[in-house]
Write a protein that binds this ligand. Structure first.
Ligand SMILES: [Zn+2]
Length: 59
C-alpha cells in the first residue's frame, strides 16, 4: 500500500510531497528531507509521531 506525506501539513509553506511504498520508506525519506531542507537534525519521538500522523495512503 503506497503512502504519501505532504510536508506542508507539518511545515507550512513547504510544497514537497514525499511518497514511498510503505510508511517505513516515507519516514526514511521524510527524515532525510527534514535534515536537508528544514535543518532538523534529530527526529524526536514527538516529531516522529507527528510525521506518522500526517502520512496517509496515496490516493
Ligand atoms: Zn518540507
Amino acid at each position: 500500500m503506497a503512502k504519501q506525506l505532504r510536508c506542508g501539513d507539518l511545515m507550512p509553506g513547504c510544497d514537497r510531497v514525499i511518497e514511498g511504498k510503505d510508511e517505513k520508506e516515507v519516514m526514511a525519506k521524510a527524515t532525510e528531507h527534514a535534515r536537508n531542507d528544514h535543518n532538523i537534525r534529530t527526529m524526536t519521538p514527538d516529531l516522529e509521531q507527528k510525521v506518522r500522523g500526517a502520512i496517509h495512503e496515496k490516493p
